[in-house]
Design a protein around this ligand. Structure first.
Ligand code: ATP
Ligand code: MN
Length: 462
């Protein structure tokens, strides 16, 4: 079907041309023998106004062009006398693909709450809000690849099903084909996973990092961009059970290189959103006020403040504020602490480095003080942590000691240790939660509003 995307109708300057567009009717009104339809096809925030003169055959189709109907319209692009749009389509023909029953169509002209729209996940992308969010999501996804490909990184695909349960990033979902009515039991009790599909227990991955490490230790700088899963029962506005993560892994590189990469990455992603998604951000700014073009312009350039965990604890102690969770050297930073640091103390992105070894995973490189590790978290206002990263422990002796202390069974990790036995090299990486970032950029109050089909505890409707 020959059709113009509405986005291109606005960008291509085609006044006077005869074209065909397709889309869904947002509104329809009639006055003095002339009808107007507001049409959107999802390609842009903008609505194309269709003008249907009374004498055309198209006019006869109007009873079947209710809000929500899918139609095709052919006509000529004209300058619009109206105030709210520059151009409009003067229509001669309309074909109705599917009308929508206006008595039951859930999307009415009046605004709906985000909670209500979450209940109709299959229709919410037709609204201005979700159209904007999902287009921004696409812009960022595209910019991720452009950023890494432009720097010579190799995109690698790490597995979704894994046998590794030692990553320490969170609780895992088990993947099984066992028959729940006849579960094989071991003599000493417990499920006998040796009789499961893979011959041992398998899980959905929480991170592609460990595998990215062996690929980086052969291909050089690499990145993953794929789904990850966490079975924690965290019913918050910033956690999903299934989310996408971007994980670069760089070699012949240390924590400073890692931080610099993260900073450049965030800057460039913001620039791309401003370049390609300005009208979407402008819309979200106007209606929700949790994001703004100016804020993004600042973020696209602002250098990240760097402080150590130890300094961060001092700042929080100085705050003289009663936090819900205790502030004490050795305890992890909670979201309220992270937000205090970014929103109140530094008023912008902050990189916190060198966390206590005890609260971070085994693979992070032990610092000289032997109390902290070369970790870095990027914290931003409103959201808190968006990036977690580290330099990896490349010294086999130190790594084995830590694994022993933490009680990580060595037998399945021989391959990981091999990387330190044969041609070990300093390397580092980080994980950016894709939805966390999209949420931050769009200012959506709930992370469930930036992914088409959110999975969260007790939530898997669509
Ligand atoms: P948090 O403390 O926020 O729960 P984390 O420290 O467990 O996160 P990491 O294991 O460091 O997270 O994962 C790297 C990044 O992935 C985080 O910085 C965050 O952006 C994102 N992320 C982690 N867990 C989730 C989740 N459940 N839903 C969405 N994004 C997440
Ligand atoms: Mn983290």
């Amino acid at each position: 079907m020959e059709r113009f995307r509405i986005k291109n109708v606005f960008s291509d300057g085609i006044a006077g041309h005869k074209i065909t567009v397709c889309g869904w009717v947002r509104t329809k009104r009639e006055s003095k023998g002339i009808a107007f339809i507001a049409l959107n096809d999802g390609s842009t925030q903008d609505i194309l106004q269709l003008v249907i003169p009374g004498e055309t055959p198209a006019f006869q189709k109007l009873p079947h062009c209710n809000t929500g109907a899918a139609i095709k319209a052919t006509g000529t692009i004209k300058d619009s006398p109206g105030k709210s749009q520059k151009i409009e389509l003067e229509v001669s023909e309309i074909e109705v693909f599917g009308d929508a029953d206006s008595a039951t169509y859930p999307l009415q002209k009046k605004g709906h709450t985000l909670e209500f729209l979450r209940e109709i996940g299959h229709l919410r992308p037709r609204t201005n809000t979700y159209g904007a969010v999902f287009r921004i999501r696409n812009i960022i996804a595209d910019a991720v690849h452009e950023f890494f490909q432009g720097r010579g990184f190799i995109w690698i695909h790490t597995p979704i099903i894994t046998s590794s349960d030692c990553e320490g990033a969170g609780d895992l979902f088990t993947v099984t084909s066992l028959d729940f009515d006849k579960l094989p039991v071991k003599d000493e009790g417990g499920i006998d996973f040796s009789r499961d599909f893979f011959g041992r227990r398998a899980f959905l991955t929480v991170s592609g990092q460990l595998e990215a490490e062996f690929l980086a230790m052969s291909l050089g700088d690499v990145y993953t961009f794929g789904p990850t899963f966490r079975a924690e029962n965290s019913n918050t506005s910033r956690h999903l059970s299934e989310f996408w993560m971007i994980e670069p892994e760089i070699v012949f590189a240390d924590l400073n290189d890692d931080i610099r990469l993260a900073e450049d990455f965030i800057h460039i992603l913001c620039l791309k959103v401003l370049e390609k998604g300005e009208s979407e951000i402008a819309f979200l700014e106007k209606f929700y006020k949790n994001t703004s073009i100016n804020e993004l312009k600042v973020l696209a350039e602002k250098p990240f403040v760097r402080i150590s965990y130890t300094e961060a604890i001092k700042e929080l102690e100085k705050a003289g504020k009663q936090f819900e969770f205790p502030v004490k050297w050795g305890l992890d930073l909670q979201s309220e602490h992270e937000r205090y640091l970014t929103e109140r103390v530094f008023k912008g992105p902050v990189v916190v480095t060198d966390y206590p070894e005890k609260i971070k995973p085994f693979y992070m490189r032990l610092n000289e003080d032997e109390k902290t590790v070369a970790a870095m978290d990027v914290l931003v206002p409103k959201t808190g942590e968006i990036i977690g990263g580290s330099q990896r422990e490349e010294r086999i002796g130190v790594l084995e000691d830590r694994m022993r202390q933490i009680g990580i069974p060595g037998e399945n990790m021989e391959w990981y240790l091999d990387l330190r036995r044969y041609g070990s090299a300093p390397h580092a990486g980080f994980g950016l939660g894709f939805e966390r970032f999209v949420q931050y950029i769009t200012g959506m109050p709930n992370i469930r509003d930036v992914i088409p089909c959110p999975r969260a505890p007790q939530t898997i409707k669509l």
